[in-house]
Ligand binder design. Structure first.
Ligand SMILES: Cc1cc2nc3c(=O)[nH]c(=O)nc-3n(C[C@H](O)[C@H](O)[C@H](O)COP(=O)(O)O)c2cc1C
Length: 363
């Protein structure tokens, strides 16, 4: 079947994508220690501007939400000035870029919190390690957010959205996936609250919906996307009924007329694919707006999926790390550079801006 569909334009909310290939959000740990984007990030994103849409690496909305060494932030004026360089470079190269809004919840660590505990839906520790400035350290048991603290966290999302807009982004993506704070509320493996934010699926979805309403209120739905990962076990996540939980979430998000819903659920047979039935087809049916899927796609699988109506756009993660000119390579059938996993997180230009390209951006 033809792969041409991948290279056709698509309108996602207010954003016109020149093709349906999205660069997935990718933490690379190369910002300054205070979360200010480093100049090398300007070059990294510029190199990848032929993607129809770039979703930035996860970016902390507040000191409380921060918890990955050299991840960027979006809560100071210095962060805004640094990100402005990135958005200008991407726009000059003809690209579009959303900022991914990140609160890590229990996946932060006291080393980032002046010794205090990170916060979560409930006081349940995850198995796994935080990426602190002094190396990997086991996750700690977090403190459950008081009900009265939740509006303040939502205000941090609002401030981050305003700052992202000021920094020149085309929109924001609410990171509600991969075991971070919003996902910790959504799934019952990490949420045992007895207030309005726990128990039933409607209650566990409340934090997501309140954050989304506030972020949409601070900008507009057509500049806002949401990312969910219904079956991803990363960060020790589980839910007793992912199909019911995430179909409900997808359906209730309809009210915001979002730019898109972005679902990470690896293609069947892929090493990242979770056992059990797939949830994303139910979410596709429930959600009435533009849809992005992600997880283990190559050009053939991506085009097939769009042609079958399973999705509108596909996000690619690792392929974009190793191939800044991925759109050109898929279009021409050229071979791909292999990714170097040892340079995924942290470091300098090596394994970041030095992957060879066949066609530089703006060529
Ligand atoms: C190095 C690395 C960093 C990642 N960082 C993020 C992130 O910041 N936010 C996020 O939502 N997902 C993140 N992910 C997940 C990717 O966005 C994507 O879902 C995953 O790589 C699967 O897609 P792929 O098979 O096309 O690579 C990361 C993945 C990798 C490999």
């Amino acid at each position: 079947m033809s792969q041409e569909i991948l290279f056709t334009p698509f309108q996602a909310g207010a954003v016109e994508l020149s093709n349906r290939m999205v660069m997935a959000p990718l933490t690379r740990g190369r910002a300054n220690q205070d979360g200010t984007p480093h100049p090398r990030m300007v070059e990294y994103y510029r190199q990848r501007a032929t993607a129809g849409l770039i979703i930035s690496e996860a970016t902390a909305i507040s000191p409380q939400g921060y918890g990955w060494a050299n991840a960027p932030g979006i809560y100071t004026q210095a962060h805004v000035e640094g990100w402005k360089q990135v958005t200008e470079a991407v726009h000059q190269a003809g690209g579009k870029i959303f900022l991914q809004l990140w609160h890590m919840g229990r996946a932060s660590h006291p080393d980032f919190q002046n010794g205090a505990l990170p916060v979560s839906a409930s006081a349940i520790a995850a198995n796994g390690d935080a990426h602190t400035p002094s190396g990997k350290k086991p996750y700690v048991t977090p403190r459950a957010l008081e009900t009265s603290e939740i509006p303040g966290v939502i205000q941090d999302y609002v401030r981050a959205t305003r700052l992202a807009r000021e920094a020149g982004f085309d929109g924001v993506e609410i990171h509600a996936a991969n075991g971070y704070l919003i996902d910790q509320f959504l799934r019952d493996g990490s949420n045992q609250r007895t207030d309005d934010y726990g128990g039933s699926i409607a209650n566990r979805s409340r934090f997501l919906l309140e954050v989304t309403a506030a972020v949409v209120g601070a900008w507009s739905g057509e500049h806002v996307g949401v990312r969910l990962s219904p079956t991803n076990p990363y960060n020790d996540m589980r839910d007793s009924d992912p199909t019911a939980t995430f179909t409900h979430a997808a359906k209730t998000l309809n009210r915001f007329k979002l730019a898109y819903l972005h679902v990470l659920e690896a293609v069947p047979g892929h090493m990242l694919a979770a056992p059990g039935p797939r949830v994303s087809p139910h979410m596709r049916k429930a959600f009435k707006g533009p849809f992005i899927t992600n997880g283990g796609y190559d050009a053939a699988a991506a085009a097939h999926s769009i042609n079958e109506g399973e999705t509108d756009m596909i996000a690619f993660g690792v392929p974009f790390i190793a191939n800044p000119d991925l759109v050109h390579r898929y279009r021409t059938g050229a071979a791909l550079n292999p990714p170097d996993m040892s340079t995924f997180y942290g470091g300098t230009e090596k394994g970041y801006t030095d992957y060879p390209v066949l066609q530089p951006v703006n060529a």
